[in-house]
Ligand binder design. Structure first.
Ligand code: CP
Length: 308
């Protein structure tokens, strides 16, 4: 069973094949309209369940569109409206859905929910984000970097801000794709030690920096994300803003990176909090390519899950 649960749980060769496949599928579409089908229809006759226990714009639209372009159909389900939100177990939900659909994508809170769904489903399960990781996002990010600048192996990626779920998947990717990773943020928001150890064990050079200016020296890619994630209490907002203000990605900070450095943000962005509009809309930014590439990368992930 090809579940896509996390970057570090999938073989490097298979991750590489997915990125390459995504680029081929993107090129093959050319500039045809978004709703037009792909030449190949590998998902014809297949049904995909897209479950959201948290809000989403990109993940929801890109998965739905990707399935349709490949000839399949989707059911978009909100966790609250399902019996899942009213006491039915995750295991029973997985067993039932497996009788109706060919593939399940779930965005949920606890990683344990995702893992239980995968354990009991008899169809592949894709992680569309948990509180701990966001692997589909990072597949799109690696694809986007390589589209603009060639192989990411050996490059210096600098994360500024909160060591959150997206940061965690970047650390997994550092280990799998062989790039170096510097985290710049306050000590209370460091990524979990397991993620750092994984990347280091795989040979990636991982640095923790408190000084954002020192961190971005020589960076090939600068990345940030929202200072308050979906699972963080709103009561933490003011404290986090105070802790993270020094790590805002602005033009002065980007000027410390390499002249051809890229800027990424998985979006949604809070303009003039974690990143200024001048950087978001500036020459280094590839944030909208990143968002588009969610579509192409996830199409490759779904084909891999289904062996197509
Ligand atoms: N980056 C991302 O996952 O966006 P959504 O929350 O809109 O899906």
């Amino acid at each position: 069973m090809n579940h896509f649960l996390d970057i570090h749980k999938t073989d490097t060769d298979q991750l590489r094949a997915m990125i390459d496949g995504a680029r081929r599928m993107k090129a093959a579409r050319g500039d045809r309209p978004r709703g037009a089908p792909d030449d190949q229809q590998p998902l014809a006759g297949r049904m995909v369940a897209l479950i959201f226990e948290k809000p989403s714009t990109r993940t929801r639209v890109s998965f739905d569109l990707g399935v349709r372009q490949m000839g399949g159909q989707t059911m978009v389900l909100s966790g609250k409206e399902m019996q899942l939100g009213h006491g039915e177990t995750i295991a029973d939900t997985a067993r039932v859905l497996s009788r109706y659909v060919d593939l399940i994508m779930i965005r949920t809170f606890e990683e344990a929910t995702l893992l239980e769904m995968a354990e009991h489903a008899t169809v592949p399960v894709i992680n569309g984000l948990t509180n701990r990781t966001h692997p589909c996002q990072i597949m799109a990010d690696v694809m986007t970097y390589e589209e603009h600048r060639g192989p990411i192996a050996g490059r210096k990626v600098v994360w500024c801000g909160d060591g959150n779920n997206v940061c965690a998947s970047f650390l997994h990717a550092a280990g799998q794709f062989g790039f170096d990773f510097t985290f710049a943020g306050p000590p209370t928001l460091d990524p979990e030690g397991d993620f750092i150890l994984y990347a280091r064990d795989k040979g990636s050079r991982v640095h923790i920096e408190r000084d954002p200016v020192a961190a971005v020296q020589g960076a090939d890619l600068v990345v940030t994300d929202t200072w308050v994630s979906m699972h963080d209490p709103q009561s933490a907002r003011e404290r986090r803003h105070n802790q993270l203000r020094a790590y805002q990605v602005n033009e002065a900070l980007m000027a410390q990176a390499k002249a051809d450095a890229l800027f990424m943000h998985c979006l949604p962005a809070h303009r003039d909090d974690e990143v200024t509009s001048a950087v978001m809309d500036g020459p280094h930014s590839v944030v909208f390519d990143e968002a588009e590439n969610r579509l192409h990368a996830q199409k490759a992930v779904m084909r891999w899950c289904l062996g197509l």
